[in-house]
Design a protein around this ligand. Structure first.
Ligand code: SF4
Length: 724
């Protein structure tokens, strides 16, 4: 079955089926949804990323559609401390709009903020950004993708002039002679991707994994480097040091296609292997073996993921691996390259179309006058009406309710009470708000403390597009309409915009915005359409000429071509599956080396907090767990949090397997059963971040931010562990 539209009526107990994609991660596995008399079935579907495979999360995704926890009516809280109670849509929306009006009248437009998510479709991400800038007139919008891939995005832009997770199709992985994975546990996060690793090794390839834990992925590797958390950058510089010393640098490529190599060469000179062994704990012999495999292979691919990124030096760490890739002449060479494995389902598209604080659709900068003029023209406003850049996700969340910070927040597709770093502080800021509005389909931990909860549609109930980790734009298709009482996010935004007086291009009564210069580019229809196909057509115009140019992509093309890779500026031209073959989208067409130095983590171990903590995911749960914790087979497979620690460390602490332990950092604490394993370093403990309450590890994690990407340092902080 292709990716084409497959809605079909059948006889017997099968009433309809549709070809779509998994609602969860960025692999966006192809699946068929089939409606029977009493349930919705998931069937795996051949698609280039999953080749017919699904993980447990995908298989069980439909169980949430008719789950008893499903929200089907709006909820409102009458006063602080009162319980949420059911309300009608008009009452709930009145509460939202009157609250927005009152707060903006008292405190200004920026007093209302918006928080989005990397799982929202392109149409929703685009509309959310437009809603914030046009309907609310606020600069304060950001999204949870800031916690997910912003460091690789920033590193990619400064080196290559563009941020697309993989600049080549995923299938290239299977043909690499050497494949290096840095901080990527795909065996648990994206299991169907493992078949490419198997294919690669069956062809005689070498798989190298850099990870502080001997994860399920690392255990499949030819070579596993197990550095101290926070030292990947030094390891990358050491690999470059060895490549230079051994003459494996591609001098012709460096001269012809890059700039800035000399400074990087000088920095790498000081990362001799013995020094880096001391810094990272990775033996010299392993560094040399890894460098040899990378430097002498025909086809080499280097991939980074959250393990490299979620640090206060995440941008520099990714840059160090890009420097290595450039020195070896990989980007743009067929079958080789550097890429980043995006995490969330629409982590890629979600950061291209304007829900990021500094961004307009098409990956345009909001402080670029030409970009503002273009997008303002499509939106039917004047460029000077568009607000400027806002602040990043964590800074926004911790500014909430403070004297100068936003007093209201609208949350779509996110659960920051569980997923934000230093989550106890974030939760307290959210509770301080005058108005917290959450659109969700279950009562997430964030919805549970909201003033207004708006029940919204799930993935199988609405159409739209997603952009997967390859930069391939896909079609998500509705199997059925939302249940009675439930609305789509687009319908909610359209109605809110209407009620705020900005839903059409007619001058709102009583002023508000200034005179209009057009109407969403067409002169017809509402300014905020609820129909995703209409939104996508507008997105195409808004992105035209931008870095992430979707102008040539139509839903029909996506159906016909198994997805279309951006940039795709014209309808008659092909999408761009492989980037950098002829040059880089930088002013001089060259990729840029940037010298980067190792520096300590924001918080190093000390006598009071003597152990490193690192965090991550488990196979059967996804992100904040609001969805997957409610799915019975996933709950059975992974019922709760745990703390993974080495038997040597456990013996020193007097902790036995299964003992309840208390993990304490300078910010908070978490409790969970101990899980003893020899696969982790004795100086490091690991906890998954999918659980709430006492098991919320983000009560403990560090809120140190990368100075460029503003990504938090989830992957390393100093903790104390004791038997509870
Ligand atoms: Fe595929 Fe990811 Fe869904 Fe698993 S969660 S089925 S890997 S898209």
């Amino acid at each position: 079955m292709t990716d084409g539209a497959q809605a079909a009526t059948h006889s017997g107990d099968v009433s309809q089926e549709v070809a779509t994609h998994c609602p969860y991660c960025a692999l966006q596995c192809g699946m068929t949804l089939r409606r029977t008399a009493d349930r919705v079935e998931v069937l795996p579907r051949q698609f280039p990323t999953n080749r017919g495979g699904l993980c447990q999360k995908g298989w069980t995704a439909a169980e949430l559609l008719d789950h008893p926890d499903r929200l089907t009516t709006p909820l409102v809280r009458d006063r602080p401390g009162a319980e949420l109670r059911p309300a009608s849509w008009p009452e709930a929306l009145d509460r939202v709009v009157s609250g927005i009006r009152r707060i903006q009248a008292e405190h200004g437009r920026d007093a209302v903020a918006v928080f989005g998510g990397g799982g929202l479709t392109n149409e929703k991400a685009y509309t959310l950004g437009k809603f914030a800038r046009v309907a609310l007139g606020t600069r304060n919008i950001d999204y949870n993708g800031r916690f997910c891939m912003s460091s690789a995005a920033a590193a990619g832009i400064r080196a290559f002039g563009i941020d697309r997770g993989l600049p080549f199709p995923l299938a290239d992985l299977g043909t690499a002679d050497t494949l290096l994975l840095v901080g990527a546990n795909v065996a648990e996060t994206m299991p169907p991707l493992v078949r490419y690793l198997i294919e690669q090794r069956e062809r005689g390839g070498t798989l190298i994994v850099i990870d502080p834990r001997a994860t399920a992925t690392a255990r499949q590797a030819t070579l596993h480097l197990q550095p101290t958390p926070g030292t990947d950058l030094a390891v990358a510089n050491a690999l470059l040091h060895i490549a230079l010393a051994e003459g494996w640098v591609d001098k012709h490529y460096v001269d012809a296609r890059t700039s800035g190599f000399e400074q990087v060469r000088r920095v790498a000179a000081s990362y001799w292997p013995a020094r880096v062994e001391q810094l990272s704990g990775v033996p010299v012999a392993d560094l040399e073996a890894a460098a040899r495999a990378l430097g002498t292979a025909g086809r080499t691919i280097i991939l980074t993921a959250r393990g490299a990124e979620q640090h206060a030096k995440g941008v520099d760490t990714v840059t160090a691996f890009i420097n290595l890739a450039l020195a070896l002449g990989l980007p743009g060479r067929p079958g080789s390259g550097y890429g980043c494995l995006t995490g969330q389902g629409n982590g890629q598209g979600g950061r291209e179309h304007g829900q990021k604080a500094d961004q307009l659709p098409g990956y345009r900068r909001i402080d670029d006058p030409a970009a503002r003029a273009h997008v303002a023209g499509v939106w039917g406003v004047r460029p000077e009406e568009l607000p400027g850049p806002g602040i990043s996700a964590y800074e926004l969340l911790t500014a909430l309710g403070t004297p100068d910070g936003p007093k209201a927040l609208l949350v779509f597709g996110s659960n920051p009470v569980v997923s934000a770093p230093r989550a106890n502080r974030v939760e307290s800021r959210l509770r301080d708000l005058d108005l917290l509005v959450v659109a969700d389909f279950v009562r997430s931990e964030t919805a549970a403390i909201a003033d207004v909860v708006l029940p919204t549609a799930q993935w199988a109930e609405e159409d739209g597009t997603m952009t997967n980790l390859e930069g391939r734009v896909l079609r998500r298709r509705a199997l059925r309409p939302p249940p009675p009482g439930v609305r789509t996010d687009l319908a909610v935004l359209a109605e809110l915009a209407d009620r705020l007086g900005t839903g059409s291009d007619v001058e709102p009564a009583g002023g508000g915005s200034t005179a209009r210069v057009g109407s969403a580019g067409t002169g017809t229809g509402p300014r905020f359409p609820a129909d995703p196909r209409v939104v996508f057509e507008e997105l195409r115009r808004a992105s035209a000429g931008g870095v992430a140019d979707y102008a040539g992509i139509s839903w029909e093309r996506i159906d016909a071509e198994d997805g279309v890779f951006w940039p795709c500026p014209t309808e008659d031209g092909a999408g761009t599956a492989r980037l950098f073959a002829d040059g880089f989208p930088t002013p001089d067409g060259r990729a840029r080396f940037l010298p980067v130095e190792h520096r300590a983590a924001a918080e190093e171990v000390c006598p009071d907090y003597p152990v490193y903590l690192t965090t991550g995911r488990v196979l059967a749960q996804y992100q904040s767990g609001a969805q997957t914790r409610r799915i019975a087979p996933l709950h059975r497979a992974a019922p709760g949090a745990f703390l993974e620690l080495h038997p040597d460390l456990a013996a020193r602490l007097g902790v036995l397997d299964g003992d309840e332990v208390l993990v304490t950092s300078r910010r908070g604490e978490m409790r969970a059963p101990a899980r003893l394993t020899g696969t982790i370093r004795p100086d490091t403990v690991f906890a998954p971040f999918h659980w709430a309450g006492q098991a919320r590890i983000n009560s403990v994690t560090s809120d140190a931010l990368d100075p460029v990407s503003r990504m938090p340092e989830f992957k390393v902080c100093a903790v104390r562990v004791e038997k509870a």
